[in-house]
Design a protein around this ligand. Structure first.
Ligand code: ADP
Ligand code: XUL
Length: 544
């Protein structure tokens, strides 16, 4: 059976999933993951991020990602053993929006990587900037303002690119780099997304950007799938020449470079364009038709679904990206996801089982006690600077109530800020690290009033990359496969797991969401004191 490999360079770790497919026979051969902090301590990252004196700045190391790719390919070669020769295609998924800056010498170097020496010893010289701004960066508000102005306002930019200017998006980050270090910007020959950078290392040549991930730049005309000359001009001079082209999502960008074949014994497998983690997760959670919804609880919390046509979010908080099927996907992303849950957990000295016990021991609705969990600058809604977490009718020392408050707030924020998508949510596919937590899924089910199904394969972004490799390889061989068939047997919900909504609790959250919205507005300084609403809620649900 041919083997397809999906790789995933996420915020905190690098993963691989190998699948074997032939006709209706479908098998996950193995899943592997290495955490950045733990496996590569020499880079000094914390939760995958380099230390920074500025709380708004978040960067990682492209060299770390290259080393992690090399390490993972070594692990995959070992685990595949004799099946190595059956590797037909590889694709990948990467955290979105991050950018990698590369000098002109890279082209020759990538084409002549020496299989006798590890990648990490050969590539340091290719970078025109040693670090890479990532999606957690919130330092580009002035650049967002300038780009928005040049593009004729937020609405005009969102109509063109699918999103208003966002601090973490690649365009504002490029503009900041140009302003801060014009010399290094001038020395930059290519600016890659994390996804296209890693695909380039595999293929030994510059790979194109994939349109799903390209939509996270504020630079792509979403309707045409091409870079927008107006957006490029609004961002930085000479940018068109520095960006790779945009290819189809299923583009075969080359075959594995000789480095990988000689060093690890791989065959000349096809390298398929890499995409962002959310577009890959769309495929890896089986959302290949309009109407379904996935919630991913990874480092970020995201809610997304496939769309055949699109309109931007009128509030400006949500996004429209390309989907790897050639359609679109709508998405909301909350930055204060897993790390916010971990923070509350640690503040109260709990492990995950203790966190779950706290959820079991507290009432849905938390008696009106609310935490707006903006520990770090938030992206949905946009709270770029100094928002800070806010507690309403919540004792900071009450561990169980704080645990419930953080999870309820996160689920309510996803529900409230995704209303613009107008999806009637009946079933939610749940993925990401925290989807392993049954009690969190129960809150999700009640807040969204929908059945929640975790999937058999937990790392859906990585699985989605493997499935995209399969789809593209078959297409390239003249055997196109419908997407329903591509995902069949891989993206089914885990039998017997998940959570069903409790109608009385769902009704309670419908009311609490009004209170939570008022708390969000108050915390942003755009609304009055929510205390009367909280009191009214408490009176109604006093004995709950
Ligand atoms: P990413 O892909 O963004 O790196 P993952 O999807 O791998 O993130 O999720 C990692 C997160 O999963 C960890 O930061 C941790 O907070 C969370 N996690 C792991 N186990 C549990 C659990 N039992 N309950 C809640 N969260 C969990
Ligand atoms: C989406 C976003 C995050 C990253 C990291 O817009 O910023 O979900 O892709 O996972």
């Amino acid at each position: 059976m041919p083997v397809y490999l999906g790789l995933d360079c996420s915020t905190q770790s690098f993963s691989a999933i190998a699948i074997a497919v032939e006709g209706s026979r479908r098998e996950v051969l193995f899943e592997r993951s290495v955490g950045f902090d733990e496996y590569f301590p020499q880079y000094g990252t914390r939760d995958g991020v380099l230390p920074s004196g500025d709380p708004l700045v978040a960067r990682s190391s492209p060299l770390l990602w290259a080393e992690a790719l090399d390490r993972m390919m070594e692990i995959v070669a070992r685990d595949l053993r004799n099946d190595r020769s059956r590797l037909a295609a590889i694709s990948g998924s990467a955290q979105q929006h991050g950018s990698v800056y590369i000098g002109a010498q890279a082209t020759a170097l990538l084409a002549a990587l020496d299989p006798g020496r590890p990648l990490v010893a050969q590539v340091p010289g290719i970078f025109s900037r040693p670090d890479a701004p990532i999606w957690l960066d919130a330092s580009t508000t002035p650049q967002c303002t300038a780009i928005t102005q040049a593009m004729g306002g937020e609405v005009a930019l969102a109509r063109l690119a699918g999103s208003r200017a966002c601090e973490r998006f690649t365009g504002p980050q490029i503009r900041k780099f140009f302003e801060d270090d014009p010399g290094a910007y001038a020395r930059t020959d290519k600016i890659h997304l994390v996804s296209s950078f890693l695909a380039s290392l595999l293929a030994g040549a510059h790979a194109p950007v994939e349109p799903g991930d390209g939509a996270g730049t504020n630079l792509m005309d979403l309707a045409s799938g091409c870079w927008s000359p107006a957006a490029l001009d609004a961002t930085a001079p000479g940018l068109a020449a520095k960006l790779p082209g945009i290819g189809a999502s299923w583009a075969v960008v080359g075959t594995l470079a000789p480095y990988w074949m000689r060093r690890y014994g791989f065959p000349p497998a096809r390298v398929v364009a890499w995409s962002g983690d959310n577009p890959c997760s769309l495929i890896g959670t089986g959302q290949v038709r309009e109407g379904g919804v996935t919630i991913s609880l990874g480092t970020s919390d995201t809610l997304f679904g496939l769309r055949r046509t699109w309109q931007p979010d009128p509030s400006g908080a949500g996004h429209v990206f390309g989907a790897p099927t050639g359609d679109y996907m709508t998405l909301v992303c909350c930055r204060n996801g897993s790390l916010a849950r971990e923070r509350v957990r640690e503040e109260h000295g709990l492990d995950w089982p203790g966190f779950s016990r706290a959820l079991r021991g507290t009432p849905p609705g938390n008696g009106g006690a609310i935490l707006v969990p903006w520990f770090e600058p938030e992206v949905t809604p946009s709270v770029p600077v100094g928002g800070g977490a806010r507690r309403y009718a919540l004792d900071p020392a009450d561990g169980p109530a704080n645990v419930r408050a953080v999870v309820e707030a996160q689920m309510m924020a996803l529900a409230i800020h995704s209303r613009w998508m107008r999806i009637r949510v009946e079933t939610i596919h749940a993925t990401g690290g925290a989807a392993a937590n049954r009690e969190i899924l129960q809150v999700m089910a009640n807040v969204h009033s929908a059945a929640v199904r975790p999937l058999k394969v937990g790392n859906s972004a990585c699985l989605g990359a493997a499935l995209r490799a399969y789809h593209a390889a078959e297409l390239a061989a003249g055997r196109p496969i419908p997407w329903d068939l591509v995902v069949a047997g891989f993206t089914d919900p885990a039998p017997g797991e998940g959570a069903a909504p409790v109608p009385a609790h769902a009704a309670r959250y419908a009311e609490l969401m009004t209170v939570y919205s008022a708390c969000e507005s108050h915390a942003r300084g755009t609304g009055g004191d929510p205390a009367p609403l909280i009191d009214a809620f408490r009176r109604r649900f006093r004995r709950a």
